[in-house]
Design a protein around this ligand. Structure first.
Ligand SMILES: *Cc1c(COP(=O)(O)O)cnc(C)c1O
Length: 361
């Protein structure tokens, strides 16, 4: 079986976790601080605030920007549910704009028409590790005085014009085991804004800077030193992981080019695609997925139902028609591209898809 995702863990992580357990400081402690500094440096931001999931990072980032009841946040419906839910947690309303067909990210041409007096932020999702169109999004945000909160949960290591994803606005990363690097569960907020970082730190710890003095409403979103220790090992390897993903993506595209009814992923100019997912389009997505499974190849559909079409969102009254998003949700299929995928695996994947395509016509 070639799995769709596989965390890369070995003795180094086991050692690091054992050291934490032996130290006796197992909740948030010095290793979290060390990890925050290392991650900020990697991303090219001044500050990083570690939390216990990507969802928590999005939630705390929104709250740190003062987003709440009555506010609107423009974002993508073609994403994991946490993108929309984190906005709803704050009392604000996610407003969904359609995506570009080639990059699967927010179509910047469709953002401005969604801006109302209630709009407070734009939340682009760097889906699959392909950076969103940050030049235009930054211009729109500046013109209208809006915050940028980047859903960077799939885009550790992605770049736009040479700058890392998560350094354009306030970044929110996830370290779930299937992501580009892991801490088991975990997340982090990146920012160059000291006030936002300080507020995020307070939100993480029940609204307190000083123990048992609570200046605002907060939560318990803390990362543990156990997670941070895993994160330190993984972060050192992240450039190699991204390199392996990019190499695998290149080999996949080479092997799949020219096959009928298969559209390979696009890398836009000035974009460093981190290839969290290698996502093709095909009109016969479900048959191909079954065929791959019969041949021991994992694949994934990210995401089969856009956020605005989820039952809970229907209940909230969402009834948008987002044609490009909906078409994508019917056609996308992600193939194994993670660092554990070998050249031989890629040959197997490409041959299996070729056979399937041949038998289709
Ligand atoms: C994984 C993910 C999240 C949520 O991260 P968790 O760590 O699972 O909470 C949010 N947005 C996107 C796009 C993701 O892929």
């Amino acid at each position: 079986m070639i799995p769709i995702a596989k965390p890369q863990l070995d003795e180094a992580e086991i050692e690091a976790v054992s050291d934490v357990l032996r130290s006796g400081i197992i909740a948030q402690g010095p290793r979290v601080t060390e990890f925050e500094q290392a991650f900020a440096e990697y991303t090219g931001t001044e500050y990083a605030v570690a939390v216990n999931s990507g969802t928590a990072a999005l939630h705390a980032a929104l709250l740190a920007h003062g987003i709440g009841r009555g506010d609107e946040v423009i974002t993508s419906s073609f994403s994991f549910i946490a993108t929309g839910n984190s906005v709803i947690f704050t009392g604000a309303r996610p407003v969904f704009a359609d995506i570009s067909a080639d990059s699967f990210n927010l179509d910047p041409e469709l953002i401005e028409e969604k801006i109302t007096p209630a709009t407070k932020a734009i939340m682009p999702v760097h889906l699959y590790g392909h950076p969103a169109d940050m030049k235009i999004i930054t211009e729109i945000a500046e013109d209208h005085g809006l915050a940028i909160i980047e859903d960077t949960c799939q885009a550790h290591g992605a770049t736009y014009n040479g700058k890392k994803a998560g350094s354009f606005g306030t970044g929110a990363f996830s370290f779930y085991p299937t992501k580009n690097m892991t801490t088991s569960e975990g997340g982090i907020i990146t920012t160059n804004n000291k006030e936002i970082a300080e507020k995020a730190r307070m939100i993480r710890a029940h609204g307190s800077k000083q123990r048992y003095l609570h200046e605002m409403l907060g939560y318990n979103l803390r990362m543990t030193d156990i997670s941070a220790a895993i994160g330190m090992v993984q972060l050192k390897r992240l450039p190699d992981y991204i390199h392996a993903r990019q190499r695998n993506a290149k080999l996949l595209t080479k092997g799949l080019e020219g096959i009928d009814d298969i559209e390979c992923p696009v890398i836009r100019e000035n974009c460093g695609h981190a290839f969290h997912q290698y996502t093709i389009r095909t009109r016969n997505r479900d048959q191909l997925s079954d065929h791959l499974k019969e041949n021991g190849i994992g694949s994934g559909i990210y995401y089969p139902i856009p956020i605005h079409r989820q039952p809970y969102y229907k209940e909230l009254g969402y009834n948008d028609s987002l044609m490009i998003t909906e078409k994508a949700s019917r056609e996308v299929l992600s193939l194994p591209v993670h660092p554990g995928v070998t050249e031989d695996n890629i040959k197997t994947i490409c041959t299996t898809i070729k056979e399937w395509s041949g038998s289709e016509c």
